[in-house]
Design a binder for this molecule. Structure first.
Ligand SMILES: Cc1cc2nc3c(=O)[nH]c(=O)nc-3n(C[C@H](O)[C@H](O)[C@H](O)COP(=O)(O)OP(=O)(O)OC[C@H]3O[C@@H](n4cnc5c(N)ncnc54)[C@H](O)[C@@H]3O)c2cc1C
Length: 564
């Protein structure tokens, strides 16, 4: 029987995974990867850590866990996969089932036949079309080559002023790396806040404050109009309101799916602009699969057949496995994603899964949200740190549809538990009683996710009236007729307080209750709002009609605080 010919275009995460999986299932197939760059199978996610020096050697990002470099020779010897680096796929001839390929070293063009083709053409950084974008010193951080160029720029040890255009995941990870090697960093973000699309505004503001406390300058709601240069080299970023002198600019304004080949071959492009695939990762041509950053994914919590474009490395690897299986005759399904993501910035961990509140509303849900602040371990355990968790439930179905978590505490656990629960369509009430692991060094007796889901249930079932920090800020600005009641201890009040709040510690509330006006809206808070919830119940019991609790308390309040 003739050997099955499998051609893969793109040799980083998704492409090499697909090829390797195909080989494991079919020892006879003839498998070829075409990659226009020089490196293959490198860890793009590790680039910021290579810039910072956390990962010392470049080779570590292109080696297996036991230190063997993943070169074309490695793929040939170990896996019998042919890898053609510095070869670009120019065209897909679907009728004859051939790919037109150009050798970038000698310019020769040839045709490669396939039985099954896997597109793993990835993504590329969006470069805003501003004058000066081609000046020297204007860089991106996407590939090993980009990392090498940035390392070279940083080599002379002179402290550099860097402007990062874009406050998303890559911009933020790059910021930490650059600060750690002594740069001064300014982020310029077009939207009113950083991490738009990743976090809701009140959660993003907490991250913003943390970054500012580490010396990062963040300019939001600022459009870059041009880059100025001198002698062909960038020296200034000009926005509508500022001129920012700089030595280096990093363009981190988002990723776009690389769909050129697919589009020209007449394959269906989805509503997000990425390649449309079915649950087997087949494109509109059943002999062509597409995987990784070039495809869109079904949203696992959406009511309909909505798709997301969320280019991430773990998805690329899962895709590779599924398409590799199917390309050799298997029947593996990829159900979809929750856009689950996580990153670290200085001492903060930041994660999310499922819908943001904003997106849930746009997509036809009736979101009910809660914010809680709680320790990631038993509060008495010495290394316990705070996690601020926002949970999003749907009032119509009672389902959990989103989570966001930020803070110095461990966030991956609650994000992963929530993502698992959402994958199986869990109700918020299901999460409340999950049997999760507990011992003081690992978790509070009620894990953060459980505590947050209890608070959300209280809200959904009408027992708890909370107010989101953003809504409270708006209300205070609009009419200010709100009695802010702080029920912490005097010692806590001495340390930090909210402007215009009255202190009545919870222990004195019953005897001093008449000091609280009955004709005003009351918002109660404490450090995390646990005590505030108790206080609100007392006030309601004593006939106060309009009492709410500040979600997440002072710990999650991203606006002005007074430190006397
Ligand atoms: C700085 C940074 C940090 C990141 N951190 C994380 C993280 O923490 N977690 C996470 O999940 N993800 C992270 N990611 C994202 C992750 O790296 C990507 O999702 C992943 O690399 C996607 O792999 P891919 O194979 O689909 O595409 P790509 O990595 O884009 O590779 C596609 C390859 O296809 C080649 N190609 C394209 N067209 C052709 C053609 N016509 N002919 C030949 N070759 C072609 C390209 O040269 C490229 O090498 C990060 C990305 C960056 C840049």
């Amino acid at each position: 029987m003739a050997r099955k010919k499998i051609v893969v275009i793109g040799g980083v995460a998704a492409g090499t995974k697909a090829a390797s999986r195909a080989r494991r299932l079919d020892q006879e197939a003839q498998i070829t990867i075409i990659e226009k760059g020089e490196e293959i199978s490198y860890a793009g996610c590790g680039l910021p850590y290579y810039i910072s020096g956390t990962v010392e050697k470049r080779e570590e990002l292109i080696s297996t866990a036991v230190g063997v470099p993943r070169t074309p020779q490695f793929f040939k010897q170990v896996k019998d996969i042919d890898v053609l680096i510095r070869h670009e796929a120019l065209k897909i001839d679907r009728e004859n089932k051939e790919v037109e390929v150009k050798n970038l070293d000698n310019g020769k063009v040839f045709r490669l036949p396939y039985d099954k083709l896997i597109l793993a053409t990835g993504s590329y950084p969006f470069i805003p079309p501003v004058p000066g974008k081609d000046l020297r010193g204007v860089l991106t951080l996407k590939s090993m080559r980009d990392a090498d160029a940035l390392k070279e720029e940083l080599a002379d040890k002179k402290a550099k002023d860097v402007v990062i255009i874009g406050g998303g995941l890559i911009g933020i990870e790059s910021t930490e790396a650059l600060i750690s090697v002594g740069c001064r960093v300014t982020i310029v973000e077009l939207l009113p806040r950083i991490l738009g699309g990743f976090l809701d505004p009140e959660m993003a503001l907490l991250v913003e404050q943390h970054m500012e406390s580490k010396g990062v300058r963040i300019l939001t709601g600022e459009k870059v109009t041009r880059l100025e240069g001198e002698g062909g080299r960038v020296k200034e970023v000009v926005t509508e309101n500022h001129s920012i002198p700089c030595d280096i600019v990093i363009m981190a304004a988002g990723m776009r799916p690389n769909v050129k080949l697919a589009r020209e071959a007449g394959l269906k492009i989805g509503e997000t602009g990425a390649i449309a695939v079915d649950s087997r990762l087949r494109t509109s041509d059943p002999d062509i699969f597409a995987v990784g950053d070039c495809v869109q994914n079904r949203c696992l919590v959406c009511l309909d057949d909505t798709h997301y474009y969320t280019p991430l490395g773990d998805t690329a690897n899962k895709h590779g496995r599924v398409a590799g299986t199917n390309a050799v005759g298997g029947d593996e399904e990829f159900k979809g994603i929750l856009s689950t993501g996580i990153f670290k910035v200085f001492e903060f961990n930041v994660g999310r899964a499922g819908f943001s509140e904003e997106r849930a509303r746009q997509d036809g849900f009736e979101p009910v949200t809660v914010i809680t602040a709680s320790p990631d371990k038993a509060h008495f355990y010495p290394t316990a740190q705070t996690v601020i968790t926002k949970l999003i439930g749907d009032a119509k179905t009672g389902k959990l549809i989103g989570i966001q978590a930020v803070g110095p505490g461990t966030v991956d656990k609650c994000i992963d538990v929530a993502a698992t629960a959402m994958s199986f369509g869990a109700l918020v009430s299901d999460v409340s009683n999950l049997d999760l692991a507990y011992a003081p060094p690992y978790s509070p007796a009620l894990a953060n996710i459980i505590e947050a889901s209890n608070a959300l249930r209280n809200k959904m079932e009408g027992r708890y009236r909370g107010v989101n920090p953003l809504s409270l800020k708006k209300e205070l600005e609009e009419d200010g007729d709100i009695h802010l009641l702080d029920v912490r201890t005097p010692a806590e009040h001495e340390e930090v307080r909210m402007p215009n709040a009255t202190l009545i510690p919870l222990g004195n509330l019953r005897e001093r209750i008449e000091e609280i006006p009955r004709d005003q809206r009351v918002v109660v808070f404490c450090k995390t709002s646990l005590r505030a919830y108790e206080a609100a119940l007392v006030l309601q019991h004593r006939g106060y009609k309009d009492v709410r609790v500040l979600d997440g308390g002072l710990a999650a309040w991203p606006f002005e605080k007074i430190t006397p």
